[in-house]
Design a protein around this ligand. Structure first.
Ligand code: FE
Ligand code: CA
Length: 525
């Protein structure tokens, strides 16, 4: 039901790129396909459906697409007839057919291919579909079953306007996903997911709303993380949001554990098990996200997810990993401590991104020729300190030397039109980014899809009084819709009236604009 509605909206929302003129046939195995993925990809026609008998519909987790470039896009699904019980698939690898078409009736197949859903990978599928630029319908088929239909896009070389959603933090127990329903209805060109896709805490019997509880214990193994992802992905509104457009997905902390830093767990006592736990969590993340990445290789090893993308000459998009390389939170990871920061926070050796990622970020934006330079970032970057007190040591405020070094490097490199898009903190905010002596960009913090407020809404006026914060909205859940043209960035903050209601209305709280070249954000006129 949601898929059909989203499809109709998406088609009408597309302009001149919605009817691709020169579809190719049977294009598979994009050159960027990671070599460590051993799933075979063979050319096939739409009629050679793999023959396998399945006892129940395996497409319970919907479909998704992501990481579009100008030649291809990743199509995702996972076969799971019993999604909350390990998947329920036979122990064999299973061939799956994917198809892409310019029309939702699939009357003409523009491209198709066969992927092996490997038992070792939770029967997940990452198909690298080579297609002409534009908008496409796609689906998967296995045995007698056909998946729901998704809509995806291959990124344009030229674009005069782009609209994308930024979203994060969808705690299942904290409410319903009316925000995802609204996102799907708006059919943006793409969604940028900024982290906290799952939450790892154990089920809370009597949660609010009580109908939505995790039911299982805190995950530490691959199978447990798979079941947790499945819990989230069975939500119809989340499936509709994925089916409405391609996503660029990065993670924050809760995909593994609250406030972990590199290989350091939240609780020092858990150190000996944390390498294995993080590997299980990273593997489950890869299995459940439409990412153009190989699976993680081994426990304790780096798993690089930071990467970049473009949308015509409008956007260069850099997607960060603010968890895997960071120094441990300083000063005991205190929250709302009103004492001036302890000396540890100012230690120049402390890092948020790690040396390699930080240099890559500066180099990537230095090489960018796009009109707008966008950083997809986990935790609040703007200065939100209060009289020298760091209110949240998990944020960039707790890494002040690294922040100053990064922003000064971007300023020195002459990066123009810098927009940082952030999640994590479950409130909406609009901020200026400054070095000690220069304005360098604007930060748009999206509120949570559903996760509960971290700060009492009574603190709203205090936050608004901070020099670099232009606005803050603490009381509502939602997401942000960004519309970008060469001259103007427009950020529309969508808010859910009542997150405890599946059918809640979603309205616009406020809209902010940045004119090209200004480094200044202001309410829309
Ligand atoms: Fe969160
Ligand atoms: Ca977080």
């Amino acid at each position: 039901m949601f898929l059909a509605g989203a499809a109709a909206v998406a088609v009408t929302a597309c302009s001149d790129d919605s009817t691709p003129s020169a579809p190719t046939t049977s294009t598979n195995a994009a050159p960027t396909k990671p070599s460590s993925t051993t799933a075979s990809t063979t050319t096939t026609s739409a009629t050679t459906l793999p023959s396998i008998e399945l006892a129940a519909d395996p497409f319970t987790l919907g479909v998704a697409s992501g990481d579009p470039d100008t030649d291809s896009v990743v199509l995702w699904t996972r076969l799971a007839p019993l999604p909350l019980e390990g998947g329920g698939m036979p122990a064999d690898d299973v061939p799956v057919l994917w198809e892409a078409s310019a029309t939702d009736d699939f009357a003409s197949i523009a491209a198709s291919g066969q992927e092996v859903a490997k038992a070792d990978s939770g029967h997940s599928v990452h198909a690298f579909a080579e297609l002409p630029q534009g908008t496409w319908f796609y689906r998967f088929r296995v045995g007698q079953y056909t998946s729901p239909t998704g809509i995806t896009r291959v990124a344009p070389t030229d674009a005069t306007e782009v609209r994308f959603a930024a979203a994060s933090c969808q705690h299942y127990e904290a409410g319903y996903y009316a925000a995802h329903r609204d996102l799907a209805e708006h059919a943006p060109d793409f969604t940028l997911w900024l982290g906290d896709y799952i939450y790892e805490d154990a089920g809370t019997v009597g949660g609010d709303p009580a109908a939505r509880i995790h039911l299982d214990a805190e995950p530490t193994t691959l199978e447990q993380y798979r079941n947790r992802y499945a819990r989230y992905k069975t939500d119809a509104n989340l499936q509709a949001a994925h089916a409405s457009c391609p996503w660029f997905v990065i993670w924050d902390d809760h995909e593994v554990e609250n406030n972990y830093a590199g290989l350091l767990p939240q609780e020092p006592d858990d150190l000996s098990e944390f390498e294995a736990r993080r590997f299980a969590a990273y593997t489950a993340w890869w299995e459940h996200q439409p990412v153009r990445l190989p699976p993680p290789a081994a426990a304790g090893e780096e798993y690089r997810i930071y990467r970049d993308a473009t949308w015509g000459e409008l956007l260069t998009l850099v997607l960060l990993d603010g968890r895997q390389y960071r120094s441990d939170q300083a000063c005991g990871d205190a929250v709302l401590d009103l004492e001036p920061a302890c000396a540890e926070a100012a230690d120049p050796s402390r890092t948020m991104l790690g040396d390699a990622q930080e240099q890559w970020l500066v180099d990537t934006l230095t090489d960018s020729s796009a009109q707008w330079n966008v950083i997809g970032n986990q935790v609040v970057m703007a200065n939100a300190t209060l009289n020298g007190a760091v209110l949240n040591y998990d944020q960039w405020d707790g890494y002040p030397v690294a922040r100053e070094r990064l922003l000064a490097s971007l300023d020195t490199a002459g990066i123009q039109n810098l927009i940082v898009v952030t999640g994590d903190i479950h409130l909406a905010a609009v901020a200026h980014l400054r070095t000690d002596d220069a304005a360098v960009g604007v930060e748009f913090v999206t509120t949570s899809i559903s996760s509960g407020a971290n700060l009492d809404p009574q603190l709203t006026d205090l936050l608004k009084s901070f020099p670099d914060l232009v606005d803050a909205e603490l009381a509502h859940r939602g997401y942000t819709l960004h519309t970008v043209t060469p001259d103007l960035w427009t950020a529309e903050y969508r808010v859910v009236t009542d997150v405890a209601s599946l059918d809640s209305e979603v309205t616009t709280y406020s809209t902010y604009v940045v004119e090209s070249g200004s480094n200044t954000v202001a309410p829309a006129p």
